[in-house]
Ligand binder design. Structure first.
Ligand code: MLT
Length: 207
């Protein structure tokens, strides 16, 4: 149990009842504060749980090891996904996780997708910016009732947009409601990402 709580993290309860809790998952080299401005832009007043990834790659925090860019250390990914799920459950024990939405960017989007695949009841939904398929599951989980927003960049040099498309298909096959968008962008977030995510969180149909 104590090992599960052993994440450096930032947390803030929702300012108003009914607001979701955002599980902020940063990209490589980020930390527990990197996505706070994004959370404020997406849903001011939402609760926040923002852990810092425990793996260091040349001093840069990540959520799991990779063998090289885009090639993941799968046993580490699986173990870190379970560890993160345990941390989230423990950290939110008093508030519950029934309105928990992951907001992940890049490496954070990849562990967010892995959480959906391995702990399908933990998240109500997920916003995945520039994700990849974290691993090919042997069996599809049941993601009925979960919503996922995916945004990919047409000119992304790091993550081929076909990866995001494949992830969307995978999550849809598992029963999730997926809204996937290819933006004229590279790996960095744009105003279009933020505006799509705002609309999606507000329950509107992204246009
Ligand atoms: C990953 O390692 O998760 C992806 O390559 C994205 C990133 O560079 O963080």
């Amino acid at each position: 149990m104590t090992a599960e709580l052993d994440f450096i993290s930032y947390a803030q309860p929702p300012r108003e009842a009914g607001q979701p809790i955002l599980l902020l998952l940063h990209g490589t080299g980020g930390n527990e504060r990197s996505l706070l401005p994004l959370a404020e832009a997406l849903a001011p007043g939402a609760g926040i749980l923002a852990p810092r990834g425990k793996v260091l790659e040349h001093g840069m925090p990540r959520f799991f090891r990779r063998l090289r860019e885009g090639v993941f250390d799968l046993p580490d990914l699986h173990a870190r996904t379970h560890e993160l799920a345990g941390f989230v459950e423990t950290a939110l024990a008093s508030q519950g996780t029934n309105n928990l939405i992951a907001v992940g960017y890049s490496n954070g989007a990849n562990i967010g997708a892995s959480l959906l695949l391995q702990h399908p009841t933990l998240l109500r939904g997920a916003i995945l910016f520039r994700p990849m398929v974290p691993f090919e599951p042997e069996e599809l989980p049941n993601l009925a009732g979960r919503g996922v927003l995916i945004t990919a960049g047409e000119f992304d040099q790091m993550v081929p947009s076909a990866q995001a498309q494949r992830l969307a298909t995978l999550l849809e096959s598992a029963g999730a409601r997926v809204s996937a968008h290819l933006l004229p962008a590279d790996h960095g977030l744009t105003n279009a990402d933020i505006s799509l995510a705002r609309q999606w969180l507000a329950g509107g149909r992204p246009t």
